[in-house]
Design a protein around this ligand. Structure first.
Ligand code: ATP
Ligand code: MN
Length: 527
């Protein structure tokens, strides 16, 4: 273990007990001693958190000269005054004096040219383990003169007082680009650590010509790289961990002139109802020492019950990427040959796989569609649509048009094929149809990535003008065209029209800023 005299003195913290770059054993014993969790049978550290998901409404960006005209305010990017940040930081450091803190010096980004050094200061030992698993761990010699570009200070037991602190609730995540700091209080959900820094890279990288992306990535035998964009639950983690391809990364990547690189050093997989046969690689991580299991319920004998969603449906396993057998060392890849947009359409309308034109790509990227299954509220039986621009609105500080333009330039220069894949419902909407099988989705994706679909014929459906392959090896023909898969054709047409209208309604706010050819590729509810 490295030791530094007063490693947090610059934050005004002189009287703290600091664990500097603690390893797995040290973090386990600290987490157990502090009562943060228990060791599950098989080895993982199992914890429960006060919040079981991110708190996007409590996330703020300091508005100052650096961000005033560069951040796309509104939506998820909420401005806050620099004084509010300064006051809360002072309160937090006063609160932290005398306490035990964990510091991990890590990188965000596997490409040395674009990575940033981050000092993650956390109150919770389990956060420190999460960070060690999820970020890029420097080599021992890189730690000798480690330069932190950014600092994250995360103290969940420090709660803001909305009446005096100028925030919305007792929880806050405030990003300060000028001071290169993120402060977090009130929430124990570890995902804030990772997505906070993701937002930072998403702001910084476009200025350097790098496209930051909410996507997973993998690589085939011949070194061909594929990207999988998609909102939460659409299958980025599941489909990128394919036994026949090497995993480059799980959730966040950058696309440079040379290729792609992972921002992270680990994966954060949803594990609710995880099927050991369908997803053996991810399943194994839930039985491994060093893994963090978040809000997974343990049985009396200490074994994880992955089918128990009583704490949350958003149960997670966080593990270093090398826990996946065939991961690509270094987590970098060449220029992508295929780009896949994943959507889990609970309306059962979109084709299981279709090929996108450049304009359709822009349209789908800016729309960022998925549809959630109905919640448990009384009387709600319909799916609910989610449109989250760039497939990650909460993490994108700049105008969506900037990201869309950058992606479109990269795709054009590379000649990558672009696909839309519906991992959601087939043969009817949620309730009538069923979810697409992972096996079929994998077969369709593998056919696309291997070039097999370059050889088959396509038909165009009328509502979204999407080109659908007429045959895919290993997949029954009747699931390829969604209308064929529905018994009730009139019901399909009606549902497709409804979804087309929702797309158009959502896109109105972007129409002024995009090429007319993109707007012209809009879905047609009158077909
Ligand atoms: P997040 O951004 O929250 O990490 P994600 O895009 O990585 O989300 P996954 O964790 O891969 O999403 O979740 C997809 C879920 O859907 C998994 O639980 C998986 O088992 C399930 N699933 C069911 N059918 C399919 C399918 N055909 N393709 C992909 N995933 C499927
Ligand atoms: Mn994921």
């Amino acid at each position: 273990m490295t030791t530094l005299k007063e490693p947090l003195a610059d934050l005004g913290l002189h009287n703290v007990r600091v664990h500097l770059n603690p390893g797995v054993d040290e973090l386990y014993s600290a987490a157990l001693r502090l009562g943060e969790g228990v060791q599950a049978a098989g080895g993982p550290l199992a914890v429960r958190t006060n919040k079981t998901g991110r708190s996007p409404k409590d996330r703020f960006i300091v508005e100052d000269d650096l961000t005033r005209d560069t951040v796309w305010w509104g939506g998820f990017n909420t401005p806050i005054a620099p004084e509010v940040f300064d006051r809360l930081l002072a309160k937090m450091t006063a609160y932290a004096e005398g306490r035990e803190l964990f510091v991990q010096q890590v990188f965000a980004g596997t490409d040395p040219h674009y990575r940033i050094g981050v000092r993650m200061v956390t109150e919770m030992a389990y956060h420190s383990l999460f960070i060690r698993n999820m970020f890029v761990r420097p080599a021992p010699q890189e730690l000798q003169n480690f330069q932190a570009d950014w600092t994250v200070l995360n103290i969940p037991s420090f709660k803001a007082d909305p009446a005096v602190d100028g925030v919305r609730s007792d929880t806050f995540i405030i990003v300060n680009f000028t001071k290169k700091m993120i402060i977090v209080g009130g929430t124990q959900y570890a995902g804030e650590n990772k997505k906070g820094i993701f937002g930072v890279l998403n702001f910084l990288l476009p200025e350097r010509g790098v496209m930051p992306m909410h996507c997973s990535a993998n690589m085939g035998e011949s070194g061909d790289t594929a990207l999988f964009f998609g909102l939460s639950g659409t299958g980025k983690t599941t489909l990128s961990a394919d036994p026949s391809r090497k995993l480059i990364g799980d959730d966040e990547h950058g696309w440079t002139d040379q290729g792609i690189f992972n921002f992270e050093g680990g994966c954060y997989a949803k594990v609710i109802n995880l099927n050991p046969e369908a997803e053996p690689a991810i399943y194994r991580t839930t039985q491994t020492y060093g893994t963090v299991l978040e809000n997974v319920v343990l049985r009396e004998d200490g074994t994880p019950d992955l089918d128990d969603g009583s704490l949350t449906e958003n149960t997670r396993s966080a593990y270093p990427i090398d826990q996946i057998d065939n991961c690509q060392p270094g987590s970098v890849g060449g220029i992508p040959r295929n780009v896949v947009f994943l959507t889990a359409d609970a309306y059962g309308v979109l084709p299981p796989i279709s090929r996108l034109s450049p304009e359709q790509m822009m349209y789908q990227f800016i729309s960022g569609f998925t549809a959630k299954i109905p919640g448990t509220e009384d009387g709600v039986t319909e799916p609910s649509p989610t449109f989250s621009t760039c497939f990650g609105a909460p993490f994108m500080p700049r105008h969506p048009g900037e990201y869309a333009k950058l992606l479109s330039e990269k795709v054009q220069a590379s000649g990558a094929r672009v696909w839309l894949v519906n991992t959601g419902w087939s043969g009817g909407m949620y309730g009538q149809g069923q979810r697409m099988s992972i096996r079929h989705t994998r077969a369709m994706i593998n056919a696309a990535l291997s070039g097999q679909l370059d050889e088959v014929s396509f038909e165009r459906e009328p509502f979204f003008h999407l080109e659908i392959p007429t045959t895919v090896p290993g997949v029954p023909a009747e699931v390829l065209n969604p209308r064929d898969a529905w018994a009730d054709k009139a019901a399909y047409d009606e549902t497709a029209r409804k979804l087309a209208r929702m797309f158009r309604e959502n896109f109105k706010r972007f129409e002024n800023g995009v090429d007319p050819a993109v707007t012209a590729s809009m879905p047609n509810p009158d077909a």
